[in-house]
Design a protein around this ligand. Structure first.
Ligand code: ZN
Length: 85
């Protein structure tokens, strides 16, 4: 993995917050840090599709679907509660 800013070799970095660790869990993206220029960000490994990449994308779709369903159910309940006093 090379730095997008200076082209130096990147080092793995620990997740700093919840969103970073969540992204790391559901996608193949990982936190990287450049010791040369200080760049820090999330990069997906090149061979992500080779091992577990497909399952993670499937899992991502399922999680997205569940969230969409929950929002839908919530919207329906909210609509019902506003109709019936
Ligand atoms: Zn760099």
């Amino acid at each position: 993995m090379v730095c997008p800013q200076c082209g130096e070799h990147l080092h793995r970095s620990h997740s700093r917050n919840f969103s970073e660790s969540f992204i790391k869990k559901i996608t193949s993206y990982k936190s990287y840090r450049c010791s040369e220029c200080g760049w820090r960000g999330m990069v997906a490994p090149v061979n992500s599709s080779a091992k577990g990449g497909r399952w993670r994308s499937v899992l991502m779709w399922v999680v997205g679907l569940i969230i969409a369903l929950m929002i839908g159910i919530y919207a329906v309940y909210d609509l019902q509660s506003s109709v019936i006093p």
